[in-house]
Design a protein around this ligand. Structure first.
Ligand code: ACO
Ligand code: OAA
Length: 482
């Protein structure tokens, strides 16, 4: 083991952005105050000395093919290796599971699963937090998240019950911009460019903190006539509060709508921590992160920027695939004799492909191997055999990984025939009783806020400019071809 002050890292880990130990600093904002000028200076030096250095070539294929593979944006905290998957400041999911600290007095915490709060610290600082640092952030988020403003509650209550949960969620997030400190300061003209990051930081923490309340509000709006199913508990962690506000713990904070016993209640909260801990970020080019970054580059505040990210996440080729996978597994199970019936599964997949539909949960724009987030979700199911061994949908999800890649390879189009995270996640929530498929992506949206919004704080800190690529019309394109 290597020790950096109080920060203990497994010896194989090389976290790329760690520059010094902040073991004595316990406040996130103070660390940012120290880090931002150092990084800004580095970026300015790179621009000055290497500004004209070539990184990539833009081909007509990339121009017409969704910029696939173009290295053309800066993203600080995470990067995606096509074969190994996502790394958070150089740490894999497994590294994070080993090294992010577990916190005392945490409801039923599974030793293998970290809290999203510890991941947020890592994303923002590039440092593995100490227990003390993570505890302080956990408490701060809980304080900031204790109450949804009345005007948001009111707006949400007027929305039609059958409005898609993701649309409700995006509206709720955008509405919160009434309280944006950045927007207010900018309008008053009381801040200059060097100060933008501070109020963006405040907005970011307030927004992340309020997401459990907002998700609970959407759920009760859509599925419980607007009546709350649980209450926020300031002494508990962020993921616990998502679960209790959905009415899905057996504690005094919640209606316990699924009649969980202690074990099931704790398992469900741990599943939520796992899910919301690993969905936070997937480098910068995915639709939700990129949309947040693009809108933020116009100096829209954190609320408007992230509501745009949520709208992108609501597309079926991106986050909404989580809902589509569950629909697909249930439909397949009702068309085949058993989840072990390989031939019927293969036929079913072919019928889908022959009708020009995608196999949801399979394929990826960047990954070329099985998504390690998928592996982490399946590992959760394997560690709870008593819970899942008789679940036909979970069985089918697990069997599919041995069949779908072969079918997709034979079909011959898909660059990556292996499962992505959405292939496993929704069906585990479904198992515990979240049967409202349209709601799954809202949980994804709670988690995804952590990555793109910590990037937004840094975008402001580093003074990154408005994003504005040049487009080409058909005439110019033809001229290039000639
Ligand atoms: C959290 C996430 O966002 S993870 C992704 C979630 N989305 C899904 O699971 C939906 C299913 N998968 C897909 O649609 C795609 O694999 C995407 C959108 C994820 C990636 O898209 P691309 O980078 O364009 O993939 P790729 O280069 O492999 O596409 C080549 C062809 O294979 C097809 N293809 C890709 N994946 C699949 C699939 N799972 N089933 C059937 N066909 C597929 C594409 O539609 C494309 O067909 P076309 O040439 O007729 O247009
Ligand atoms: O990286 C992507 O394009 C899609 C994805 O898996 C994510 O955003 O989590």
């Amino acid at each position: 083991m290597l020790s950096r002050g109080n920060i203990i890292l497994n010896k194989n880990i090389q976290a790329s952005w760690i520059i010094k130990s902040y073991s004595t600093v316990i406040d996130l904002k103070t660390i940012l105050k120290e880090q931002i000028p150092i990084r800004k200076n580095e970026i300015q030096k790179i621009k000055k000395n290497y500004g004209n250095k070539k990184i990539d070539e833009i081909t007509i294929n990339s121009l017409l093919g969704g910029m696939r593979g173009n290295r053309s944006m800066f993203w600080r905290s995470t990067s995606l290796d096509p074969n190994l998957g996502i790394k958070f400041h150089g740490l894999t999911i497994e590294d994070c599971q080993k090294n992010l600290p577990k916190l005392p007095n945490t409801y039923g915490q599974d030793e293998k699963i970290f809290l999203p709060e510890t991941m947020l610290w890592l994303l923002i600082t590039g440092e593995v937090p100490t227990v003390e640092q993570a505890m302080i952030l956990k408490v701060e988020l809980a304080k900031r998240g204790r109450k949804l403003p009345d005007y948001v509650d009111k707006v949400m209550s007027t929305l039609p019950k059958d409005l898609h949960p993701m649309t409700q969620f995006a509206i709720g997030i955008a509405t919160l911009n009434k309280d944006s400190q950045f927007r207010e300061n900018y309008e008053k003209g009381s801040i200059g460019k060097a100060d933008y990051w501070e109020s963006t930081y405040e907005d970011t923490l307030n927004l992340i903190a309020l997401l459990p309340q907002l998700a609970g509000k959407v759920y009760s709006n859509s599925y419980n006539n607007g009546q709350p199913l649980g209450q926020f508990n300031e002494n508990e962690d962020w993921s616990y509060n998502i679960c209790s506000l959905l009415g899905m713990t057996n504690t005094s904070d919640s209606m316990n709508i699924q009649n969980f016993d202690d074990k099931k209640s704790q398992d469900f909260v741990n599943l939520m921590r796992l899910y919301t801990g690993i969905h936070v970020d997937h480098e910068g080019g995915n639709v939700s992160a990129h949309a947040t970054h693009l809108v933020g580059s116009a100096l829209s505040d954190a609320y408007l920027s992230y509501s745009s990210g949520i709208m992108g996440l609501a597309g079926p080729l991106h986050g909404l695939a989580a809902q589509e996978v569950v629909r697909f597994l249930i439909a397949m199970n009702s068309n085949i004799s058993s989840p072990n019936d390989k031939k019927s599964i293969k036929d079913y997949l072919w019928s889908l492909l022959n009708s020009h539909k995608v196999i949801p949960g399979y394929g990826h724009a960047v990954l070329r191997q099985t998504d390690p987030r998928w592996t982490a979700m399946v590992d959760f199911a394997k560690r709870h055999p008593e819970e899942f061994e008789n679940d036909k949908n979970v069985m089918l999800m697990q069997n599919l990984v041995n069949i779908a890649p072969g079918v997709l390879k034979e079909h011959g189009k898909t660059a990556n025939p292996y499962p992505n995270v959405d292939a496993a996640s929704g069906i585990l929530f479904y198992h515990y009783g979240v049967r409202e498929l349209l709601f799954f992506t809202v949980i994804f949206g709670c988690s995804r806020a952590l990555g793109p919004l910590s990037q937004l704080v840094w975008d402001r800190g580093l003074g990154l400019p408005i994003e504005r690529p040049k487009s080409l019309d058909l005439k110019s394109l033809k001229e290039y071809c000639d």
